[in-house]
Design a protein around this ligand. Structure first.
Ligand SMILES: [Zn+2]
Length: 265
């Protein structure tokens, strides 16, 4: 499936189109008491706030694709947030994903496909909002998810399992990159825009700019060697395609980006 058209196979490939809009949507944020969870031995006991975004992509022929769904919308009703016992992180949501989409005039049923970078709850928290969309995930991640105590996949969606890189619309505009290491089937996304150029959405292949600059691997990644290899794979794409890396959880760079209802084209 690495080279094949993945989406909309029943109707054939979307004839070459363009990605005309990329929205970054605020999908929650967290306060973490100790940065060194992501950077072993560095910034020990230094707190950090992390951003979290969902990304809505509009393809001129194929319609809407959502990349990641953020932390659960339920948190929007908890102004004090919710603290995860295991990590000490407190997660918040200023507004719901449902509300953000509504304000863009996008109905849940308009979203043809939802691709998730990986199974963690800050990325899969709102899959239930999109029962009509096709879920796109790596087979290795799907299998990993089945064995977890929390159930990231609710079985509502039609599911397209990938085994590696995939050109989603068959025209090179949106490409899934297999970037395992954070989790066994982690994936990132390469989006080609007419005006803004090529953007790589990191997923959690890297969490912060400083971690990227120093190639740091979080303590809780499932495979350190794979993580380093995946960062090199992304670095190659950045160099070859003069692409820009959007690091999802890096709050300073996320804050500097336009968010919905504004968009990139
Ligand atoms: Zn994450």
């Amino acid at each position: 499936m690495a080279l094949g058209v993945v989406l909309f196979t029943a109707a054939g490939p979307a004839s070459a189109g363009t990605v005309d809009r990329l929205y970054a949507i605020d999908c929650g944020w967290a306060h973490a008491p100790d940065q060194s969870r992501w950077s072993p031995g560095v910034n020990v006991s230094v707190p950090i706030d992390v951003s979290n975004n969902c990304y809505l992509i509009h393809h001129s022929n194929a319609g809407y694709l959502l990349w990641d769904t953020g932390i659960t919308d339920r948190l929007a009703s908890l102004p004090e947030g919710q603290t995860a016992q295991a990590t000490g992180q407190t997660w918040y949501r200023t507004r719901t994903l449902a509300r953000s989409l509504e304000e863009l005039g996008v109905k849940s049923s308009d979203i043809r496909a939802v691709a998730v970078s990986h199974v963690h709850p800050d990325h899969t928290g709102n899959l239930g909002l999109f029962p009509e969309a096709t879920l796109i995930v790596q087979r290795a991640e799907w299998e990993y998810g089945l064995g977890l105590p929390f159930k990231p996949f609710n079985g509502l969606q039609k599911t397209q399992l990938l085994d590696g890189d995939a050109d989603l619309f068959g025209d090179g505009t949106v490409t899934v990159l297999s970037t395992p290491g954070h989790t066994p089937g982690h994936q990132s996304l390469v989006v080609r825009l007419e005006k803004s150029g090529v953007i790589v959405l990191s997923g959690d292949a890297v969490h912060f700019q400083s971690n990227w600059d120093n190639r740091r691997v979080p303590v809780f990644n499932t495979d350190r060697a794979q993580s380093l290899k995946s960062m090199e794979k992304i670095a190659r794409i950045l160099a070859e395609q003069k692409a820009t890396l959007w690091i999802n959880h890096d709050k300073p760079s996320s804050d500097a980006r336009r968010h919905a209802p504004e968009y990139y084209e």
